[in-house]
Design a protein around this ligand. Sequence first.
Ligand SMILES: [Zn+2]
Ligand SMILES: [Zn+2]
Length: 299
Amino acid sequence: MKRKQFLQASTFTLAALTLADHKSFAHFFADPWKIKMLRNDIGIFSERGGTIVFMLSKKGLVVVDSQFPEQAQHLITELKKISDKSIRLLINTHHHGDHTGGNIVFKGLVPHVVGHENCLLNHKRTAEQQKSIEKQMFADITFKETWMTKIGKEKIKAHYFGPAHTNGDAIIHFQQANIAHMGDLVFNRRYAFIDRTAGASVKGWISVLDKTLATFDNETLFVFGHAFDPEKVTGNKEDLKAMQNYLAKMLQFVESEIKSGKSKEEILKATSIPGVDEWKGDGIQRGLLATYEELTEAK
Ligand SMILES: [Zn+2]
Ligand SMILES: [Zn+2]
């Protein structure tokens, strides 16, 4: 068989298989998403976008973040298989599309969406800019510093510690289970996105992590929005300290480069940051740029 014919034939087989028997097809390719239970009926869902946390209980379900519409639908389908309870609450850690894009799929399924007041402002502003208002579902419950509710045996508390990855990042703590969703306050071992268009601050981020370390204990299981190794979206205080070290070393590095007279272009050429060995991925430059802008902006 000629190569071209072979390609056509295999494409056809794949398509036929997909249509004819999706289940047997799925044996060849694992589901694109992954569900992992952590503890106390709380689990994580990962597919594309920021890690989702969900809680199962006899009194209803809670979901933190929603990835994108397709992923949110996958999650809801899976949740329906394991629980017949309704979804009581959707909480957003912050406004970015890989955390709120799937909100719309929860429309009619969940009575309330919770987010920090700046999360709502950022979400509305970016949706207006992208002309995608009708594709969004915005928070209808907002808060300034903390917000709390009780569902079944679990107390859920949202904390806001100030500007960091954006100016609206909340940490969602399931107190009984002692699981805290950090949203994008931790990019585990992966160069972070620092969204200055939404009020981010590297200096602020370092102090937010200080407050986080002071608030939670050594038993807290933290969930991270993103990780270089997809298996490492959960961790402990050591991972928070490592994240803080990356930010502090980046700040220190850019500061000293500016002092030694380097131009922005020269600083952005760096391919590593002294004292930051574990951080990987693309995007070292966007962090350096955000830090440079923060240090040189007119006060
Ligand atoms: Zn994210
Ligand atoms: Zn984000």
